[in-house]
Design a protein around this ligand. Structure first.
Ligand code: KIV
Ligand code: ZN
Length: 432
């Protein structure tokens, strides 16, 4: 049983129906080692990828895109290392990306020789500007490319019958492709692959570039969900990028609109403004009482590891994971938090003001929740003395002592940690 309440107000004025909420987690796919890696200033080495891969497995990812082996020797070597050294658990499937060219598809499939199960992910352009400007072709040209590529994948995987093959197709810049044409292409692809409910294929519908408000992407996904052929044999996947800063909302709305699976990166790494942030998505679900099936109970460790591998810092205000996101400096917030903690019973639903999640659930301490600077008040100071030193000081003394602390922080211009506060208290009241 979760201590978090699903927030779905049903009694808004003039509203007779409940707000739509996500009822269960999507299938998660981490593309940290592919889309994330391809956007790094210094791409990861095989060794770094291996460290990251093991961490993703420990977090609970069952599908991990590990690279683009036909485009990068490092990625090819990494795939071989994963397979040859037995790093892939039986319940984890690796995925690799390829373009729709025969020699690239052959080399991609060859890189996977000996793996128990793999997803071959082929993409080709379908959006008008990509068709016309980048590839100098037309609708028929890109559709033929998708069909021919699918046949090449089919032929290539037949050479390795001991592997369980899953096929994933992405029409590139789905978010900018005419919907009826996107349907025509993915229907043609699935007609060739012939998935079944027991052996589904994945149709991934990327917002390669985020082009509109998130409800528009969700409408595009819903339309595909309602109209594509062989829906019962297809996993609809979304792959939102964050160009407008709304990838998380786009993914959540897309799942409500019928998507089964979400591709993204930890802390929103990825091309340009990044892929959708899987940490935020997963913990948004968690705080609605739905276990996401991913383990972020040691979020600081996850953050440090990702920062080391990507060589990119996570913003201190990043949802759930940033250094400052459970910290209150202002007096009124500190006071409310202190009262929330004091009122809490062990088996209560989580209901501490200003804290959408219990920091303990992410392996973070309560100490960082309340930090004291010149904007802080008596509540925060009393909270720290009680929490860290077991000192329960009466209200009148709290008011008096908070003035002393405030004078100190105004003079230094710095924050005062619990040790400094205790020393001030000692000097003032406990010294002989
Ligand atoms: O953003 C994108 O379109 C991609 C594809 C390769 C799926 O990363
Ligand atoms: Zn992408």
């Amino acid at each position: 049983e979760s201590k978090y309440r699903r927030f779905a107000p049903i009694d808004l004025p003039n509203r007779q129906w409940p707000a739509k909420v996500i009822e269960h987690p999507p299938i998660w796919m981490s593309t940290d080692l592919r889309d994330g890696n391809q956007a790094l200033i210094d791409p990861m080495s095989v060794e770094t990828k291996l460290t990251f891969f093991k961490a993703l497995v420990n977090m609970g990812f069952k599908e991990i895109e590990v690279g683009f082996p036909s485009a990068s020797q490092t990625d090819y070597d990494f795939v071989r290392r994963l397979i040859d050294e037995g790093h892939i658990p039986a319940d984890v499937t690796i995925e690799v990306l390829t373009q729709a060219r025969k020699e690239l598809i052959d080399r991609t499939v060859e890189s996977l020789q000996g793996v128990h199960r793999a997803i071959v992910h082929m993409y080709n352009p379908t959006a008008p500007d990509f068709r016309e400007i980048v590839y100098r072709t037309d609708k028929a040209g890109v559709k033929a490319m998708a069909e021919q590529g699918t046949r090449w994948v089919q032929e290539a995987v037949q050479r390795f019958p001991d592997t369980e093959w899953v096929y994933q197709y992405s029409p590139e810049v789905f978010s900018g492709t005419e919907l009826d044409f996107a349907k025509e292409v993915v229907d043609a692809v699935s007609a060739i692959w012939q998935p079944t409910p027991a052996h589904k294929m994945i149709i991934n519908l990327p917002a390669t570039v985020e082009m509109a408000t998130p409800n528009v992407y969700a409408d595009q996904i819903e339309w595909m969900h309602r109209h594509i052929d062989r829906r019962e044999s297809i996993i609809i996947s979304v792959h939102p990028h964050n160009d407008r800063g709304t990838a998380v909302a786009a993914a959540e709305l897309a799942v409500m609109a019928g998507a089964d699976r979400v591709e993204g990166c930890l802390f929103g790494n990825g091309e340009r403004t990044g892929n959708v942030d899987l940490v935020t998505l997963a913990l948004n679900l968690y705080t609605q009482g739905i276990h996401p099936g991913l383990d972020f109970s040691q979020i600081d460790q996850v953050r440090q590891l990702v920062e080391q591998c990507n060589k990119i810092p996570v913003h201190p205000r990043h949802p759930y994971a940033g250094e400052l996101v459970f910290t209150a400096f202002s007096g009124s917030h500190q006071d409310a938090i202190k009262k929330g903690f004091a009122a809490r019973q062990a088996d209560d639903m989580w209901n501490v003001p200003y804290l959408p999640i219990d920091p303990m659930d992410l392996g973070r301490s309560y100490e960082s929740v309340v930090r004291v600077n010149s904007q802080s008040g008596k509540g925060g100071i009393a909270f720290l003395l009680a929490q860290e030193y077991g000192l329960d000081i009466p209200r009148r003394l709290q008011i008096e002592f908070s003035r002393i602390v405030q004078r100190h922080t105004e003079t230094t211009g710095k924050e005062a940690n619990s040790q400094v506060i205790f020393e001030l208290f000692e000097q003032e009241y406990l010294a002989d």
